[in-house]
Design a protein around this ligand. Structure first.
Ligand code: FAD
Ligand code: N01
Length: 545
C-alpha cells in the first residue's frame, strides 16, 4: 500500500525491541508495505520471556487473555495448558508467532541500540548500534519494554562474593541447578515471591533477605481443560472486546477472585462486622480479601483489609517470629504492583528456609561468603538478586536519545517522564514509544495495551502516508495537559499514598525522580481518549508535510 524505502541501511521504520510489542509492530508495518527493521539485544524474540527464566517465572494474567488477539488464526490454533502459563510456554508462544508470521528475517538479534538522534535537516532518525552500525529511518519506534533493564542495587562488597551470582531478570539460559547448594535471595517483589518456593524445594537451604514484606494473593493456578479452552475460543470475540473495554485489560473469563467464578468484588468491608470478616477469613483465607470493593478507595477500609491479611499470615506461618517478620505494615494494599503466588507463605514453614526481616537490621555489606546485616552474618553458596528493574524509563534513558535541535531525552525528562498519551514526546518528532510512561501499560494486561498502541501507531503512519505528511509531533501543550491528567487520575488513590514506595513512582531506583508514571484511568477509558484524538484530526499532535 505504502511505497517502501529501503536502501541498504535506510528504512521507513526502525523498531527497537522484539518482545510482544516489537513483534506485533513489525507485523503491522510489514502489512502496510513499509520497509522495517527490528533491532534486538537478545539472541531471539520474546523480550521479558526471553530474559526472565528464573525458577517459578510465569504470568499472573490468564493466558487465554495474556495473548495476541489480532489474529483469529493465532488465537484459535494455540492451546494454553494452564490458566497462567509458565515462562517456557509463553516463550514458546512468542517463538511460534515469530515462525508463523515469518518475523525473524526482519529482526537483527544480538544488537543493542546505543543512540537514536533526530536529524533536523533530513527529518529522519539516525539509529546507532553498539556494534557501530548506523541506520536511517523516518519513524523510530521504541518497543524497548517497561521492565527490561534489571536493577542490581549497589551494595558494599558485592564484588567480593565468591559464589555464583544471578539476577532473576537475566537468568542463564542453561538453567541453574541449586541441588545441594545453599542460596541467598534479595528481594520479595513478584519475581522473588515466584522464585522463593521453587528454589526452596531445590536448594539445601534458602535465606530470604526481605526489605519490605509484600501483600500477595494465592494464584489458584491450574491446568486448563480442553472443554474450557474450546468454550473460551468460541467466545473469543466477546472476551477480547470486553478486555479492551475493561480497566486492566483482564476480565478473568471463567476465573474470578480466589479461583471462584466471581469476577467483580461486590461487598464493602466497612459494612462488615468483625464476626463476618472472621467467617470470610476462616472460609477463604487470603482469597477473602480482594472480594471487598472499598479497599482501593478508602484508607480505613484498606486498614481493615491489612489487619485481615496479617491475621491470615499468623494462621499460615507456624513460627510466630517469622510470621511477624512477613507482615506488611505502614503501607496500603494496592499501592504496589499486585503479586500472586503459589505456596509462598507455606515455604517459610520449611526447615530449610530462613527469613531475614531487614526491618530489624539492614544489609551492611556483601562478604566473600554471604550477606552481613546488623543482625548478623548469613552465609550461602549462591546469591540471587530478585531486585527488579529500572522500570518504564530505564531502557529509553539507557540509550542516547536526542530529538529536534539535539535536545536530550534525559534533559527533557530530568524531572520525570513527560509524554502525550505515552505515545509521543514533544520535541521528538516521528518517535513513538509503545506502552510509554503516561499510558496504562504496567497497570494492565500488557498485551492489550501493546496491541492498542501498535494499532494506533500503524493507523497514524497510514494516515500520514495517505495525506503526504512527513512528520508528527506531540505539542508541548498537549503533553503538559496529559501529564496533568495522569497525575490527577492517580492522586488520591492507593497508588500514590504518601506511605507508598513503588517502582511505579520510581522509588526503587536511587536518584530517580518520584513521579507516578503509568496512566491509572483504565485501558477502556484510555482507548477512548486515543480514538477521540484521531477523530479530532490528531488533536494535540502537529502534522506536517
Ligand atoms: P519486553 O518484553 O521487555 O521487550 C523489550 C525488548 O527490547 C527486550 O527484548 C530488550 O532486550 C529489547 N531492548 C531494550 N532496549 C534495547 C536496546 N537499546 N537495543 C536493543 N534491544 C533493546 N505483564 C502482564 O501484563 N502480565 C503478566 O503476567 C506479566 N508478567 C511478567 C513477568 C515478569 C517476570 C516480568 C519481568 C514482566 C511481566 N509482565 C507481565 C510485563 C511484561 O514486560 C509485558 O507483559 C510484556 O512482555 C512486555 O513486552 P514488550 O515487548 O513491551 O517489552
Ligand atoms: O521487582 P520489584 P520484581 N536491599 O521491584 C527489593 C513484573 N513481574 O522483579 O520493596 C534489599 O517488584 C525490593 O525491596 P523494597 C511485575 O510488574 C511480574 O519482583 O524496595 N532489598 C523488592 O522486595 C513486577 O511488579 C511477575 O523495599 C532490595 C524487590 O527487591 C515487576 O515485574 C513476576 C534492595 C524488588 O521487587 C518487578 O518485579 C515477576 C536492596 N538494596 C515480575 N533493592 C508476574 O507474576 C531492591 N530490593 C506477572
Amino acid at each position: 500500500m505504502i511505497q517502501a524505502h529501503h536502501q541498504s541501511s535506510e528504512y521507513d521504520a526502525i523498531i527497537v525491541g522484539a518482545g510482544f510489542a516489537g513483534m506485533y509492530m513489525l507485523n503491522s508495518l510489514k502489512k502496510l508495505g513499509l520497509s522495517v527493521k527490528v533491532i534486538e539485544a537478545a539472541s531471539d524474540v520474546g523480550g521479558t520471556w526471553f530474559w526472565n527464566r528464573y525458577p517459578g517465572a510465569r504470568c499472573d494474567v490468564p493466558s487465554m487473555e495474556y495473548s495476541y488477539s489480532f489474529s483469529e488464526d493465532l488465537q484459535q490454533e494455540w492451546n494454553w495448558t494452564e490458566v497462567m502459563a509458565a515462562q517456557p510456554e509463553i516463550l514458546e508462544y512468542a517463538n511460534h508467532v515469530a515462525d508463523r508470521l515469518e518475523l525473524r528475517a526482519d529482526i537483527q538479534f544480538n544488537t543493542r541500540v546505543s543512540a537514536a538522534k533526530f536529524l533536523d535537516g533530513d527529518k529522519r532518525w539516525r539509529v546507532d548500534t553498539e556494534a557501530g552500525e548506523t541506520y536511517i529511518c523516518q519513524f523510530c519506534i521504541m518497543a524497548t519494554g517497561c521492565l527490561s533493564v534489571p536493577n542490581t542495587p549497589q551494595i558494599d562488597g558485592a564484588e567480593t562474593f565468591k559464589g555464583d551470582v544471578y539476577h532473576t531478570g537475566e537468568w542463564p539460559h542453561t538453567g541453574v541447578d541449586f541441588e545441594n547448594i545453599s542460596v541467598g535471595i534479595i528481594g520479595t517483589g513478584s519475581s522473588g515471591i515466584q522464585a522463593i518456593p521453587v528454589i526452596a524445594e531445590q536448594a539445601k537451604h534458602l535465606t530470604v533477605f526481605q526489605r519490605t514484606p509484600n501483600y500477595t494473593m494465592p494464584a489458584h493456578n491450574r491446568p486448563l481443560t480442553e472443554d474450557f479452552r474450546e468454550d473460551a475460543k468460541d467466545n473469543y470475540a466477546d472476551i477480547r472486546q470486553r478486555q479492551r473495554e475493561s480497566i486492566a485489560g483482564i476480565i478473568g473469563y471463567g476465573f474470578g477472585f480466589g479461583g471462584s467464578d466471581t469476577v467483580e468484588p461486590t461487598e464493602a468491608i466497612l459494612e462488615t462486622s468483625a464476626e463476618e470478616r472472621e467467617a470470610a477469613l476462616s472460609k477463604e483465607g487470603f482469597s477473602a480479601i480482594p472480594r471487598y470493593i472499598d479497599i482501593g478507595l478508602d484508607m480505613s477500609a484498606n486498614e481493615l483489609a491489612c489487619d485481615m491479611y496479617r491475621e491470615q499470615i499468623s494462621r499460615t506461618v507456624k513460627n510466630p517470629q517469622t510470621a511477624e517478620g512477613l507482615m506488611p505494615r505502614g503501607y496500603p494494599i494496592g499501592c504496589k504492583r499486585p503479586v500472586i503466588d503459589t505456596h509462598y507463605y507455606d515455604t517459610f514453614n520449611r526447615d530449610n528456609t530462613t527469613l531475614v526481616d531487614l526491618r530489624q537490621g539492614g544489609i551492611e555489606k556483601i562478604t566473600e561468603t554471604g550477606v552481613q546485616t546488623s543482625q548478623g552474618q548469613f552465609d550461602f553458596d549462591a546469591l540471587v538478586y530478585a531486585t527488579g528493574f529500572d522500570a518504564m524509563t530505564g531502557a529509553l534513558l539507557k540509550m542516547d536519545v536526542r530529538g529536534a535541535g539535539g535536545v536530550k531525552l534525559s534533559d527533557h525528562w530530568q524531572a520525570g517522564p513527560r509524554t502525550y498519551l505515552g505515545l509521543q514526546i514533544n520535541g521528538f518528532p516521528n518517535m513513538f514509544t509503545i506502552t510509554g510512561p503516561g499510558s496504562p501499560s504496567v497497570l494492565s494486561n500488557m498485551i492489550v495495551s501493546i496491541e492498542q498502541h501498535v494499532d494506533w501507531i500503524s493507523d497514524c503512519i497510514k494516515h500520514m502516508a495517505q495525506n503526504s505528511l512527513q512528520l508528527i509531533e506531540a505539542s508541548a501543550e498537549a503533553e503538559e495537559n496529559w501529564i496533568a491528567h495522569v497525575n490527577e487520575v492517580a492522586n488520591g488513590t492507593m497508588l500514590t499514598a504518601p506511605s507508598c514506595n513503588s517502582w511505579y513512582l520510581g522509588a526503587n531506583i536511587v536518584g530517580k525522580p518520584r513521579i507516578f508514571m503509568p496512566y491509572a484511568g483504565g485501558v477502556g477509558t484510555y482507548r477512548e481518549y486515543c480514538d477521540a484524538v484521531v477523530t479530532n484530526n490528531y488533536e494535540g499532535f502537529k502534522l506536517s508535510a
